[in-house]
Design a binder for this molecule. Structure first.
Ligand code: MG
Length: 349
């Protein structure tokens, strides 16, 4: 088993092992004194893993309840959270009890937020089942929901007691979702780890996915930890995301997956910074080739003016400028405050 320790106010471990989901009960027992455990999952993941998880948790002596919501980002909303609270209350959960988030990013974000707020905060454990959740959203403590005015506008920082990563769950994931997660994996290589990037170029990531997950989670852990001292480090995780978010918005979160949008964003911004002489020549070609290798798009027909305009209306672009994350070369990144009125010109290449 691979163990990655995360040092937050309340330290916790991220455990990675094939088949580990079958003994999640004993692992949860090792970090919690709860009597009751509510497993939160969506309608897709329920069919695949809820039985295994429930039987393991029951076998460790917990009482269990299952909360299932209809799969899909459109259900990442407050009414689903309200239903969760009712489920917890009807199950008579106390402040000592625990929530398990079983599923992808949407499930982790919502179950985490419900755990953060029910009775002013109860324990929770993440069992991420998508690549995106395993390498990204289950680490860092961000939880939340979407509201009509925007994505993730309501939420809380809330750390899990443990994250249990079973790479075997990826075998049931359609290619589309594997590719979605691979965009974030490529991002980690771009911003922090040239060796990871080269590994992705030279090998089939899926055949060594445990190594890949371990490396990505460690990078995210380090970046998140560093941000406590050094404000801004965490922003590096937004590489490809500023333009990516604009594209997601332009397509109303339907035409492109998050990973697809990030892939296009990484290619687009690097093309611009390479042209401006900021990024080492040839970097864009390598990112483009790698995204293509993992089935990701590398450009889009949306025009630069619209992308820049949508970016300007984003919640994160305060004070008339945006912090662009740029590469010096593969593996080395930095942030560059850029005036919003210069953004369109910068990305137009
Ligand atoms: Mg992301």
């Amino acid at each position: 088993m691979r163990t990655i320790k995360v040092q937050t106010d309340r330290p916790y471990d991220i455990l990675i092992e094939r088949g580990i989901i079958n003994r999640c009960g004993e692992l949860i027992k090792s970090v919690s004194k709860a009597q009751k455990v509510c497993i939160v999952t969506d309608s897709n993941v329920e069919k695949l893993y809820s039985e295994k998880v429930i039987s393991s948790i029951k076998a460790s002596g917990f009482e269990t309840e299952l909360f299932v919501f209809e799969a899909g980002e459109e259900n990442k909303r407050l009414s689903t959270i309200a239903d969760m609270y009712s489920c917890f209350a009807d199950f008579h959960m106390s402040r000592k009890d625990l929530v398990v988030a079983l599923g992808g990013g949407v499930t982790g974000d919502m179950a985490g937020f419900a755990a953060a707020s029910y009775m002013r905060g109860i324990e929770f454990v993440q069992i991420p089942t998508s690549l995106l959740a395993q390498v990204d959203s289950s680490v860092g403590g961000k939880t939340g929901v979407d509201i009509q005015q925007g994505k993730n506008l309501v939420g809380a920082f809330w750390q899990p007691n443990m994250v249990i990563v079973d790479p075997d769950t990826l075998s049931t994931l359609p290619d589309y979702y594997i590719n979605d997660g691979m965009a974030e994996v490529i991002k980690y290589g771009c911003i922090k780890d040239e060796k990871l990037f080269e590994t992705l170029e030279n090998e089939n990531a899926l055949s060594i996915i445990e190594d890949i997950i371990e490396i990505c989670v460690s990078i995210k852990r380090d970046v998140v930890n560093a941000d406590e001292r050094e404000k801004g480090e965490r922003m590096l995780l937004n590489f490809g995301h500023t333009l990516g978010h604009s594209l997601e918005k332009i397509y109303n979160y339907k035409g492109l997956s998050h990973g697809q949008a990030v892939a296009i964003g990484m290619c687009m911004i690097t093309k611009a910074s390479e042209k401006a002489g900021i990024t080492k020549a040839g970097t864009t070609d390598r990112i483009v080739a790698l995204c293509k290798k993992y089935g990701l798009p590398v450009s889009d027909k949306a025009d630069f003016r619209e992308i820049a305009q949508v970016c300007s209306s984003d919640k994160k672009t305060a004070g008339g400028s945006v912090n662009l994350v740029l590469l010096e070369k593969i593996g080395t990144s930095f942030t560059k405050p850029t005036p919003l009125n210069g953004l369109e010109k910068f990305i137009t290449v």
